[in-house]
Design a binder for this molecule. Structure first.
Ligand code: AR6
Length: 178
């Protein structure tokens, strides 16, 4: 399963680069606490958005695990970037609750800004070491719980880096949504 509908909202999986999603209004950054350029997603987003992004986010930092803040998209093709700090697996506990908070808080910010289409990376599953399958379960269960209260958001895209990551998400989508 690569796409499903929940309370009228589409949830889809796509392989690609989170910094190259021109048909959504907001992309989510798997940020660091300082909201600076880093590796992985944060590197790709900050490089594509340009140095003005770091200037804008400086005053919002530091953020805590589970927290989300919103900025402009600068040179990205998106109006907004929502920056989430995921938990470092094995250190920030309870990791599942903190990861769920990332998705909840990002979706709340999207609603506040009347965002209809939003793309998430697999937060915490790179440098922060969260197992992909467990992270996918948390992401989908959180989206499923929130779906009925979302009025503005009509598309949630999960942008995954590899075919293997897509396969893990396909199986978990089946498990959580069917
Ligand atoms: N587009 C989509 N997914 C990507 C991309 C991309 N351009 N690049 C990597 N991924 P990570 P985290 C995948 O490490 O675990 C940073 O250095 C990647 O394969 O970006 O939350 C920050 O500065 C993985 O599955 O985020 C923080 O210090 C997933 O995105 C720290 O890493 C997340 O990997 C955040 O760690």
């Amino acid at each position: 399963m690569r796409e499903t509908t929940q309370s009228g909202m589409t949830i889809e999986l796509k392989r690609g680069d989170i910094a190259n999603q021109s048909d959504v209004e907001a992309v989510v950054n798997a940020a660091n606490a300082e909201l600076r350029i880093g590796g992985g997603v944060a590197g790709a987003i900050h490089r594509a958005a340009g140095p003005e992004l770091t200037e804008e986010t400086r005053s919002m930092a530091p953020i805590e695990p589970g927290e989300a803040v919103i900025s402009g998209g600068h040179n990205l093709p998106n109006a907004y970037i929502i920056h989430c700090l995921g938990p470092v697996y094995g250190r920030d506990e309870p990791s599942d609750e903190l990861l769920a908070n990332c998705y909840k808080n990002a979706l709340d910010l999207a609603e506040d800004h009347q965002i209809e289409r939003i793309a998430f990376p697999a937060i915490s599953t790179g440098a922060f070491g969260y197992p992909m399958k467990d992270a996918a379960r948390v992401a989908f269960e959180t989206v499923k719980k929130k779906a009925s209260e979302l009025e503005s958001v009509s598309l949630i895209r999960f942008v995954l880096w590899s075919e293997g990551d897509i396969a893990v998400h396909e199986d978990m989508m089946e498990e959580v949504f069917s």
